[in-house]
Design a binder for this molecule. Structure first.
Ligand code: BJW
Length: 242
């Protein structure tokens, strides 16, 4: 942890990549591993264009269940600490794979949602959007234009939003510190953001090892909600002493 705090104290630009693990302490399941969504659901049935084509009602039941869970979830100490970190470093970009909107709810400003969000649905044909604040009832999946409403997320085989991707890749490339929190780093191209900048100090916060761990300059094997507040507190104390 000391090496990470040292690197953050010296950094002009910080890039953070988060995944489902940062929201675990807000009570939201991850995707992989024990208790994760993919333990009881098949990813290709729920998170792919082909799965949606086959059974849109099944896909919407899953997303409606998640929308209800998100509505009841609050940012945890890890989200809050990242929002504080943004105010402690000269340049800060947070790219998240999560669609739960909890980083913005915690006060983070420069947030890039790599895999979209669940605040709205869009029509597959005309692009019309509707709010998802209380989910999408099954009888509203079909749109009058002949298309179907789908969640505003990125499924397997789909491209990430081009503008979001370019901004994330640019910020990762410019960063002095790349901090990876709560992701298995299995899903590309998002995981590649952590590896594209060989000059940066690379750190991981995750209770488990990932495919990224062997490349890291530092790792903290703890829950994000425990580790991040400590890291940010130490950085703030260091700055006060300057
Ligand atoms: C804690 C904790 C605590 C627990 N504190 N930590 C290169 C090689 C091989 C394959 C590919 C490749 N490039 C592309 C691919 C294909 C594919 C892919 O990556 N497949 C791999 C799985 C093999 N990628 C795609 O298809 C992507 N699109 C693409 O490449 O398009 C190309 C294209 C270009 C141009 C035109 C057309 C196409 C799209 C990927 C979309 C992913 N979508 C999903 C679901 C949709 C959104 C949603 O419903 O939410 O996104 S899948 C799912 O995985 C979700 C997540 O965002 C994503 C990442 O998961 P994440 O966040 O890492 O969660 P977990 O569960 O895996 O890990 C949680 C971690 O937290 C664990 O490590 C725990 O230990 C840790 N943890 N508690 C800290 N308290």
């Amino acid at each position: 942890m000391d090496a990470l705090v040292d690197a953050l104290a010296a950094a002009k630009a910080v890039f953070v990549l988060t995944g489902a693990g940062i929201s675990a302490e807000s009570g939201l399941p991850t995707f992989r591993g024990a208790g994760g969504y993919w333990e009881s659901h098949r990813a290709e049935e729920l998170a792919s264009p082909a799965g949606f084509e086959r059974d849109p009602a099944l896909v919407w039941r899953w997303y409606n269940m998640r929308i209800r869970a998100y509505a009841g979830a609050k940012p945890n100490a890890g989200h809050v600490a990242l929002a504080q970190l943004e105010s402690l470093v000269p340049a800060f970009t947070l790219a998240t794979q999560n669609v739960d909107s909890l980083h913005a709810a915690a006060g983070s400003k420069n947030v890039l949602e790599l895999h979209g969000h669940l605040r709205e649905a869009r029509c597959t044909k005309c692009g019309a959007t509707v709010s998802l604040s209380s989910g999408l009832p099954e009888d509203r999946i079909e749109h009058g234009c002949g298309g179907r409403f789908r969640p505003q997320v990125v499924w397997f085989g789909e491209a990430l939003p081009a503008d979001v991707w370019q901004r994330a890749a640019g910020a990762a490339g410019r960063a002095d510190v790349v901090l990876v929190v709560g992701t298995s780093a299995n899903v590309y191209p998002a995981a590649g953001l952590a590896m594209q900048n060989e000059r940066a100090f690379l750190a991981e916060i995750n209770p488990d090892q990932t495919g990224l761990s062997s490349r890291c300059d530092a790792f903290v094997r703890e829950d994000a909600a425990a580790a991040l507040p400590l890291i940010v507190q130490r950085l703030a104390e260091r700055q006060l002493r300057r």
